[in-house]
Design a binder for this molecule. Structure first.
Ligand code: NAI
Length: 287
């Protein structure tokens, strides 16, 4: 099945990246976000990214114009109801996602795949809110920045049909990605391995082992990481990191090793979310 139009629910860091990637691969993408400011930010991000790609000669001006024409932005899901694929990329919170999935199953046609970009929440649990459509629910976990990162972690829930899985693999390839399967346990593979390491970097900082810059330099130079764990946490979003740790804590027998560090919680409570808020572990020039 060739997908022609994708509805992306949630137009933040990930949703805007997913929509841009779809649009540059010839797929119409409509972003649905309840926050009008976020829709404006997503539009601005797309305009700047496409202009940058043209100036770096990665795409032609004509290709950028075609991609722009493939993008649209709405605040009501009903205005995206003609999509033939839907992927949710809203806030990492099970209650928010369940209410969005209930709405998605009402809004889209009965053969539309209902994918989620969740980083850590159980697909089976999410699908339980819509038992009649659970066979169409699947995890399609893109990585940040979506236009650059090749991987899509594909997670089947208990009820996910083989048809849903096959068409998800196909769509990932249509978007120029490499899909890799993982099983439905909180955090899947990527965050099960990555997040405890990021969390440990916060513990090391709080314990006075080293300053953030030095923790990041040590991990970059000593482990060949392209980005240190604290810088990466800012890039991902400190709120997102905290939410993912909590989902793993709750989903993996409340093992205390998955509790977010006090330092991470403290920064989130202060409204320091990382790059997107201009301040996290580090300070950023908003421009
Ligand atoms: P974000 O905070 O940048 O964006 C979330 C968006 O969802 C916001 O614009 C918000 O207005 C919107 N939203 C909330 N409730 C909504 C609703 N009912 N209907 C429509 N929109 C709604 O978050 P981000 O970073 O884009 O994360 C989104 C999802 O992607 C989360 O599940 C996260 O775990 C996952 N993810 C995040 C990655 C990252 O590096 N930030 C990487 C891979 C996955």
């Amino acid at each position: 099945m060739v997908v022609k139009k994708v509805a992306v629910i949630g137009g933040g860091t990930m949703g805007s990246g997913i929509a841009l990637t779809a649009a540059t691969h010839g797929i119409h993408a409509v972003i649905v976000d309840i926050n009008e400011d976020q829709l404006a930010r997503a539009t601005d991000y797309h305009t700047k990214q496409l202009a940058r790609s043209v100036s770096k000669e990665r795409i032609t001006q004509e290709e950028a114009s075609v991609a722009t024409a493939h993008l649209s932005y709405v605040s009501a899901m009903a205005d995206a109801s003609d999509a033939d694929w839907a992927v949710e990329a809203a806030t990492e919170n099970i209650d928010i996602k369940k209410s969005i999935f209930a709405q998605m199953s009402e809004t889209f046609n009965k053969d539309v795949v209902l994918a989620t970009n969740t980083s850590s929440i159980s697909i089976t649990d999410l699908a339980s809110i819509i038992p009649d459509a659970a066979d169409r629910v699947i995890g399609m976990h893109f990585f940040n920045p979506v236009p650059v990162m090749k991987l899509v972690e594909v997670i089947k829930g208990k009820e996910t049909s083989s048809k849903t899985t096959a068409s998800t693999l196909e769509l990932a390839e249509q978007m120029g990605k490499i899909p890799v399967p993982a099983n439905d346990r909180a955090g899947f593979v990527s965050n099960r391995v990555l997040m405890p390491m990021i969390n440990e970097a916060f513990h090391a900082w709080a314990d006075g082992v080293a300053e953030p810059e030095d923790i990041d330099s040590i991990m970059k130079l000593g482990c060949a990481f392209p980005m240190g764990p604290l810088r990466l946490a800012d890039y991902i979003g400190l709120d997102v990191c905290k939410d993912i740790m909590m989902v793993m804590y709750n989903g993996l027998e409340e093992n205390p090793k998955y509790l977010p560090s006090a330092k991470l919680i403290e920064l989130v409570d202060q409204g320091y979310f990382g790059d997107k808020s201009g301040r996290g572990v580090y300070k950023y020039d908003k421009g």
